[in-house]
Design a binder for this molecule. Structure first.
Ligand SMILES: [Zn+2]
Length: 595
């Protein structure tokens, strides 16, 4: 039975409020007591942050004692039935009380290994990111993976899991569930069933431009938008899925939102897709409540952002800004299929691409929700972050041509080794980017085509990805890298070609729209954290024609992304949906006031 409300939390005498929060943190009532000193709270998210801060500010011995107050997973306490009621419920829901003898032995071994490595018990929020329970298999895999973490990181990861456990226990006490967040979470789980040929057997998620799985995603999203209650839905000439939820006023302007549904190879389920499902779930709510707004909402699920199959990236959002370049159509994928052929065989009408360009006058602005793809929010125990700017970037693909020759007979000083030249460039990129402090540089592709163990590499293919928070810094970095490439090749007697495949300006958020996100996040009681985006996003393309601002959502597992471990909780998704709803509602109110 729920025993608490926000009003009670704020108004009960401190001792009584603390008593109602009993069991929130395992055998550690001091945490709730400390947080309660910061009453009143405007929302549960604010209270949770106060709880987390109480732990962060406690001495390390107190943190260690908190971790050690937890029982082992499926350990002696479970067998002897001496767990707290909360732990019994959680371990039961995860199926740990029904382990086979083999599973039980495996977990005991992991418990022993973990304890001897870290000196505290393994703690995992076994209710999982959705809150409905991880399976035994997922628990065992996570256990084995975290055993390899470094001790300091694992200490913090244990604390983060403790906060996650408290979050779910708190909801139980309040008798609430993140139903909207779970709807988004479930939606992305369903969408992740579509994966490119060859990756399904590996259990990996890969959706690259216009593959069968990609087209299935588009159809799925279009159908979903129709079911959700969007008034107009179509798949456009570059494969974007576009849904419009119409205003009460036919002449009204449009709020544009969305993100991409393609993925990197063996990627995560939330990169891009979260920014589709957050608005989608909110429009479902609007529809249910029969509410219309003084503006149209246009949700675009962008078809391509990741640049996996073809060299060009942002194919989806480029079409909206009028930057889809005709020469891209002649690019070919690894199988030699040109972009033109891929688009034609998907039934896309190339002659309609130019018409996809949006007229800025018809639009209010563009907002995008995206998983952070980094560790910042996770480390700060914050569910949401306000993006101040998207870093500018430049990408190149290149080749170095030397001379293939016998590895045994070519003396070291006569070689024209293409791979060694590329390696020297790679190390320079690493050093030069680090000099700036906030620039990054990566050589992510490096190949010796048809190389042999006994042949000096005659050819090397490589890529360069450079990013910085403003264009001047990005260009200085790029100039230095290109100068060094020239110098290396001249000195080594090898030739190079280099093709610039992307140049994106840094995209600072439009101040008025950034403030709208800030107000929406603040209204939820979530402390504001402003941060630049190191990753590129569709918003940086839309930036060319519309004011834009982004909202980041915390990623679990230290914020890892472009990796199957990418994760986000239904609770954080719930907050993102509420923030999106808050932004939309405030915008509607303001427009009605001035109308
Ligand atoms: Zn993305």
């Amino acid at each position: 039975m729920p025993t608490l409300t926000l009003d009670l939390l704020n108004s009960l005498p401190a001792e009584e409020a603390a008593a109602r929060l009993d069991g929130l943190y395992e055998h550690s009532p001091w945490i709730a007591e400390a947080a309660l000193r910061e009453r009143p709270f405007r929302g549960l998210a604010q209270f949770q942050h106060a709880l987390a801060r109480a732990v962060t500010q406690a001495p390390r011995e107190a943190q260690l004692a908190l971790i050690r107050a937890h029982p082992e997973l499926a350990g002696k306490a479970m067998v002897a039935r001496t767990l707290t009621a909360e732990s019994t419920n959680e371990q039961g829901k995860a199926g740990l009380t029904a382990c086979t003898p083999e599973e039980f032995d495996r977990i005991q071994q992991l418990n022993a290994d973990y304890n001897s490595r870290f000196g505290f018990p393994f703690i995992l929020a076994v209710r999982g990111p959705r809150g409905s329970g991880l399976g035994k298999q997922a628990i065992i895999e996570t256990f084995a993976r975290r055993l390899r973490n470094l001790p300091d990181f694992e200490f913090d990861e244990a604390l983060r899991n403790i906060h996650r456990i408290a979050e779910i226990r708190l909801q139980d006490k309040f008798g609430i569930e993140p139903a909207l967040g779970q709807a988004a979470w479930d939606g992305m789980e369903t969408l992740a069933r579509y994966t490119d040929a060859g990756y399904e057997a590996l259990g990996q998620l890969t959706v690259t431009y216009l593959t069968e799985a990609h087209q299935a995603c588009a159809r799925h999203l279009a159908e979903l938008m129709r079911e959700t209650g969007f008034d107009e839905v179509h798949i456009d000439a570059v494969g974007n899925v576009v849904g419009r939820y119409l205003s009460e006023d036919a002449e009204a302007k449009t709020l544009l939102t969305g993100s991409h549904y393609d993925t990197v190879r063996n990627g995560g389920k939330y990169d891009g897709r979260l920014g589709i499902y957050v608005p989608l779930v909110w429009v479902r709510e609007l529809r249910k409540q029969g509410r219309r707004l003084p503006f149209h909402i246009e949700l675009v699920a962008f078809s391509e952002e990741e640049g996996q199959r073809y060299k060009a990236t942002f194919l989806g959002s480029s079409a909206l800004t009028g930057d889809f370049r005709a020469d891209w159509l002649e690019q070919h994928d690894a199988e030699g299929i040109t972009l033109r052929q891929a688009m034609q065989s998907a039934g896309l009408d190339l002659s309609a691409i130019a018409g996809l360009r949006r007229q800025p006058d018809d639009y209010l602005g563009f907002v995008e929700v995206h998983i952070e793809q980094g560790p910042v929010l996770n480390e700060l125990n914050l569910p949401l972050g306000i993006v101040t700017s998207i870093n500018g970037s430049i990408r190149y693909v290149g080749r170095i041509e030397g001379m293939a020759s016998h590895a045994g007979t070519t003396p070291m000083d006569r070689r024209r080794d293409a791979a060694a030249a590329a390696a020297e460039l790679l190390l320079y990129v690493e050093q030069r980017a680090a000099l700036d402090g906030d620039s990054v540089g990566t050589v992510g592709m490096l190949q010796v085509p048809n190389g042999s163990i006994n042949v000096v590499p005659g050819l090397c293919h490589f890529s360069i990805d450079l990013r910085a928070p403003n264009d001047a810094q990005r260009d200085a970095l790029s100039n230095d890298v290109l100068a060094r490439l020239q110098e290396i090749c001249a000195r080594r007697g090898v030739a190079y070609t280099l093709e610039e495949t992307m140049r994106a300006s840094a995209a600072p958020s439009a101040p008025a729209w950034q403030v709208r996100w800030e107000n929406a996040v603040d209204a939820l009681g979530v402390p504001l954290h402003r941060m630049p985006s190191g990753a590129g996003h569709d918003a940086m393309k839309l930036h060319d024609i519309l004011p834009q601002a982004m909202l980041f959502v915390r990623g679990e597992n230290a914020g890892i992304s472009h990796n199957p471990l990418e994760s986000s909780t239904a609770d954080d998704m719930q907050l993102a949906i509420e923030a999106f709803g808050g932004l939309v509602d405030t915008l509607a109110r303001d427009m009605r006031k001035t109308a």
